[in-house]
Design a protein around this ligand. Sequence first.
Ligand code: ATP
Length: 236
Amino acid sequence: MTNLLEAKGLHAAYGETKVLHGIDFAIRQGGVTALLGANGAGKTTTLRAICGMVRTQGSITLDGRRIDGMATEDIVRLGVAHVPEGRGTFMELTVEENMRLGAYTRPAAQATADFGHIFRYFPRLQERFKQQAGTLSGGEQQMLAIARALLLRPRLLLLDEPSFGLAPLIVQEIFRILKRIREDAGVSMLLVEQNAALALEFAEDAYVLETGGIVMAGSSAEIARDEGIRRSYLGY
Ligand code: ATP
């Protein structure tokens, strides 16, 4: 399988604060890669680096084309959609308005045509279409954030802790939907998760990040079997 995205020698910093110290990683075409690690390891920063939202050094290529140094909007247009930590939902706007904003790179008529497609995955968003996003449950807000990203017709979805703060049953539902999205549309994913067991079950490949460096890379199965990783991140 070829790689959709490759990062080589990737550094990232906020002003003088260096967060990533020259990491290498890849996301396979059609694959799901998990990025694990403790709080503050640099997982969110890695997603922000891919989107051009933080100053970087080193190279990031999408299908062999350099995207590091490009404006976020151009990276989005090339098919990279970010579902940020905290979901980035506009609470005072309706579900419909949030979805229209999500599709900002595409002609309105095309985006509207895609709503039906999105509702097949997220029927609850159709039920709540005219409702203010702030009135949605946490799970519904996560669904809306994913729906907004899908309206960009991405090739790569960057998911920042989709399970955060949600009840186990809702988390299961969201991962079932992500699996369907992946199977139907072949969307590749980079998944940041605190819930390492869940992430390793969903992804084929994984990286473990510690204070801005990669301490382990391999197949999810390999990583799940590693005793040190199990102790540090999986809690068994
Ligand atoms: P978490 O699960 O807590 O989000 P993370 O692995 O995603 O952890 P990052 O959010 O990438 O970690 O943060 C990595 C480091 O960068 C932390 O030490 C954090 O304090 C620092 N950091 C994050 N955002 C900024 C910012 N905007 N300005 C300065 N430092 C930042």
